[in-house]
Design a protein around this ligand. Structure first.
Ligand SMILES: Cc1cc2nc3c(=O)[nH]c(=O)nc-3n(C[C@H](O)[C@H](O)[C@H](O)COP(=O)(O)O)c2cc1C
Length: 235
C-alpha cells in the first residue's frame, strides 16, 4: 500500500530499456521441472511501446511512487475510500514445489477477452510471494457465499490453510483446488509486474470450470471490511 510519505529522489531507468516490444518472462521451467527441484528464472519487468513498467515508469523523470504520492493523499484516506469499493472474493492456489500455497485475494480482475487475460496482485510481504514469482501456472477460485469460511482461512495462518485435506484435491497438473467452488480458472502466468509494494500477476486463462450446483451461484463479496452476499437490486 501507499505509505503516505513524500517521495524521495526520482530513479527513472527509462533510458536503460529502449526496447519497444513486450518482453515477457524469458525463461520458465515446467511444473514437473520445479517439482523435481530445478531452478526457475524469471524476469520481472517488461516494456511496451511508449510505456515501461517493472523497474521503470512510462513518464520519464518520474517513478511510480512519485506520481502516486504527488497529490499527498494519506494512507488512511486511501484505505477509507477503497473500503467502499465492493470486490468479489477469490482464493489463489498454486504448487510451490514444496507444498500447496494459497491466499485470499480481492484484487482479481479480468483484463482482456482475446487473449483471455486476468490479473491479481500479491503484496511483497506475503509469505506466498516467492511461490507466486516461481509459478508457471495457478488456479483462481471465484468464491460463493457458502465459502466465507475458506476466505477467512486463507487470509489467516499460512501453515493451516491446507491442513484439512478433505477440503481440497489436486489437478493432474499439480495445482491444489478447493471443493465446491462456483468457478475456478486455471491460469498460465504470463508476466509479473512489480508495482509499489506489490507484484501484479498477469495470467492467461487456459481452463474455466463452473460448478452447476445451485448453492454455489451466489458470489461472495468483500465490502467495508466484512463479507457480504450479492443481492439483486430492485428496479
Ligand atoms: C478480503 C481479503 C482480500 C485480500 N486480498 C489480497 C490481495 O488481493 N492480494 C494479497 O496479496 N493479499 C490479499 N489479502 C491478504 C492475504 O489473504 C493474506 O492474508 C496475506 O497475504 C498475508 O498472508 P501471509 O500470512 O501468508 O503472509 C486479502 C485478505 C483479505 C481478508
Amino acid at each position: 500500500m501507499v505509505d503516505g510519505t513524500v517521495a524521495g529522489p526520482v530513479t527513472s531507468t527509462v533510458a536503460e530499456h529502449p526496447a519497444t516490444e513486450p518482453v515477457p518472462i524469458t525463461s520458465r521451467t515446467t511444473l514437473r521441472d520445479r517439482l523435481s527441484g530445478r531452478q526457475t528464472l524469471q524476469v520481472v519487468s517488461f516494456q511496451i511501446p511508449g510505456a515501461v513498467f517493472g523497474r521503470s515508469h512510462p513518464v520519464p523523470g518520474r517513478s511510480v511512487a512519485a506520481s502516486v504520492r504527488a497529490p499527498g493523499i494519506r494512507v488512511e484516506q486511501y484505505r477509507s475510500a477503497l473500503r467502499r469499493h465492493p470486490a468479489g472474493v477469490t482464493i489463489v492456489t498454486l504448487e510451490s514445489g514444496s507444498g500447496p500455497v494459497g491466499f485470499t485475494a480481492t484484487s482479481f480482475t479480468s483484463l482482456s477477452l482475446d487473449p483471455p487475460l486476468v490479473s491479481f496482485n500479491v503484496t511483497d510481504t506475503s509469505s506466498s510471494i516467492d511461490a507466486v514469482r516461481s509459478a508457471e501456472s495457478l488456479v483462481i477460485h471465484l468464491l460463493g457465499e457458502h465459502q466465507q469460511h475458506l476466505a477467512r482461512r486463507f487470509a489467516r495462518s499460512a501453515a493451516e490453510r491446507f491442513s484439512d485435506e478433505s477440503m481440497w484435491t489436486r489437478l493432474e497438473t499439480g495445482e491444489p483446488v478447493l471443493h465446491g467452488t462456483p468457478v475456478r480458472l486455471r491460469v498460465v502466468v504470463d508476466r509479473l509486474i512489480p508495482l509499489g509494494d506489490s507484484t501484479l500477476v498477469v495470467g492467461c486463462v487456459v481452463h474455466a470450470h463452473e460448478d452447476p450446483a445451485d448453492e454455489s451461484r451466489i458470489p461472495l463479496l468483500y465490502y467495508e471490511g466484512a463479507y457480504h452476499r450479492l443481492v439483486a437490486a430492485e428496479e
